[in-house]
Design a protein around this ligand. Structure first.
Ligand code: DC
Length: 224
């Protein structure tokens, strides 16, 4: 029997990461955070003094990224380690997300990261979170979800997340950044953000996370 895949694509702040990790843990499946790979690439480029629009140099870097995802056997938490350095916190900032969105538009970067993403497909199953999981990276996935929410709601959620961490933020500026990132991710020539033809679109604007998780699990039981 083939190893099942659930893809969850959608714009930033729609709740993909939370839903994907919940389902991976419920099912005991692997989890691919594809956005992390673009964030790590941008972080590594900035660390090495490479301009984010230097397509050849950033693509070469993506092809040889010395990154590992180390699972802490005690807590189960994943540490993102780049050349021996834990960069988990550094890649989670708004700046890192915007930088990731820029390098993600480079065709050579996407090509360099393709196989690395497909290598996450291992038994007993995979939950893949990103922008092009169902369209490009895993077009034959068993279950495909496009998770979205209004830009206003996504900005509010991000604002709350940052405030909860004690980080000050400006709601208007966050909304503008989200709109800019949506536009760049949706309008790029390669692998733009869009629902796969066979994806179920779920709008999470008025839903609790538990409800979204339930909907996705019931879709999986219908498709697997
Ligand atoms: O999901 P995220 O916020 O960590 O993603 C950061 C950026 O990476 C996002 O703005 C666009 C890019 N990305 C992508 O182009 N393709 C993916 N599969 C995942 C992320």
């Amino acid at each position: 029997m083939s190893v099942p895949i659930l893809t969850i694509d959608g714009p930033s702040g729609a709740g993909k990461g939370t839903v994907a990790t919940r389902i991976a843990s419920i099912k005991g499946w692997h989890f691919l955070d594809s956005g992390a790979l673009y964030r790590i690439t941008a972080h590594a480029a900035l660390r090495d003094g490479i301009a984010l629009d230097n397509e050849a140099a950033v693509s070469a870097l993506a092809a040889t990224l010395p990154v590992s995802f180390d699972v802490d056997p005690g807590t189960g938490e994943v540490r993102v380690v780049l050349a021996g350095e834990d960069i988990g916190d550094a890649i989670r900032s708004e700046e890192a997300g915007n930088a990731a969105s820029k390098v993600a538009a480079i065709p050579g970067v996407r090509a360099a990261l393709l196989q690395r993403q497909r290598d996450f497909h291992r038994a007993p199953g995979l939950v893949a979170d990103g922008r092009d999981m169902g369209t490009v990276v895993f077009p034959d996935a068993d279950t495909k979800v496009f998770l979205t929410a209004s830009a206003e709601e996504r900005a509010k959620r991000r604002y709350k997340q940052l405030s909860d961490k004690g980080i000050s933020a400006n709601l208007r500026a966050l909304a503008d950044e989200i709109a800019e990132r949506d536009a760049r991710d949706s309008q790029r020539a390669v692998s733009p953000l869009k629902p796969a033809d066979d994806a179920l679109t779920i709008d999470s604007s008025d839903l609790e996370i538990d409800e979204v998780v339930r909907k996705v699990l019931s879709l999986m039981s219908a498709t697997l």
